[in-house]
Design a protein around this ligand. Structure first.
Ligand code: ADP
Ligand code: MG
Length: 297
């Protein structure tokens, strides 16, 4: 297998006594669209800041393209961490030419990236006349100058209206479909579900789960059960080998299963132990319930 595009190894970071990140590791391969999903304050921006060399980790490290990061590898990365500063009285074209100058690349890609983000019509209009959505699209365009191999985006749709959100998401999917590797931070589950191939779920600086989105989606079966004697049911359920987690919810028990066991076998396991289920409902967990459950723990 090829070297990962990015190998993050055991990163930790504290701000004074605030532990923002603990032992965070992740591997990203070419063409992956990876979402770091976590609530506000979970450490997402800290990770991206470290990867872009804006912040120093207390421990751990990372390799870009299989090597210790050097400035030539950074040239292959386009990033949107904070709102970039554009000149309000200059057009999109002029602003992007300035970005190209800063990156030390030719102006060749300016028109192309404006086309990609759908700003060709307005490319000569002054930045200050743009809507918020257009400003954000220009910010994404700026990251694409110089044909980066990797795109890093921090909450790219924050504060936008639904139409602009949809445009930005389509844009990211479009860029990714051309083989660009994307790492994005988001607190929005549906954003990650819609555009990411992989996800790392982060809470309080700790990675709770990482993998392909659909694997995370299907990684646990969720079963709800009831019986006349709920106490006896609970005692048996927690002892069953295929149950990874058991908790009381409303008037039933929710079981998370380690493996794909069919409902007949579940029923039998309880019957064999002298308990008859009065209710059994099985379903794959959505990433949403998974995310919410993880955060509850
Ligand atoms: P996220 O991007 O997921 O919202 P951050 O990485 O910004 O999370 O922050 C993680 C934690 O570190 C939070 O508790 C935040 O308050 C804290 N933090 C971030 N930056 C600083 C800083 N410069 N000084 C002190 N604490 C910080
Ligand atoms: Mg953040």
């Amino acid at each position: 297998m090829n070297n990962p595009v990015l190998e993050i190894q055991h990163l930790s970071k504290s701000y004074g006594h605030i532990r923002a990140l603990s032992d965070f590791s992740l591997e990203i391969h070419k063409g992956d669209v990876v979402g770091i999903l976590g609530p506000n304050g979970s450490g997402k921006t800290t990770i991206l800041g470290i990867l872009l060399d804006v912040l120093k980790p207390d421990a751990g490290g990372y390799l870009w393209f299989g090597k210790e990061p050097v400035s030539s590898s950074r040239k292959k990365i386009g990033a949107l961490l904070e709102q970039p500063l554009f000149y309000p009285y200059l057009s999109a074209v002029k602003n992007l030419k300035i970005v190209a100058d800063i990156k030390g690349v030719s102006y060749n890609s300016v028109d192309e990236v404006l086309e990609t983000v759908g700003l060709t019509d307005r490319k000569n209009g002054k930045y200050k006349t743009y809507s918020l959505g257009m400003k954000q699209r220009l910010a994404v365009a700026a990251t694409l100058i110089g044909n980066p191999e990797v795109l890093i985006l921090d909450e790219p749709t924050n504060g936008l209206d639904p139409k602009s959100i949809a445009l930005i998401r389509d844009l990211i999917a479009d860029v990714a479909s051309k083989g660009v590797t994307v790492l994005l931070a988001s607190h929005l589950l549906d954003e990650v579900q819609k555009i990411c191939s992989h996800v790392a779920i982060l809470d309080k600086g700790v990675s709770l789960h990482a993998g392909r989105v659909e694997e995370v989606l299907n990684s646990a079966l969720r079963v709800e059960i009831k019986a006349e004697d709920m106490e006896a049911l609970y005692k048996i359920a927690v002892e069953l080998a295929f149950v990874s987690e058991c908790r009381k919810e409303k008037d039933g028990l929710v079981l998370l299963l380690k493996e794909d066991i069919n409902t007949a076998e579940i029923n039998k396991s309880f019957a064999d132990r002298g308990i008859y289920l009065t209710y059994l409902s099985a379903g794959k967990r959505s990433l949403e319930s998974y995310f919410l459950d993880l955060l509850k723990e």
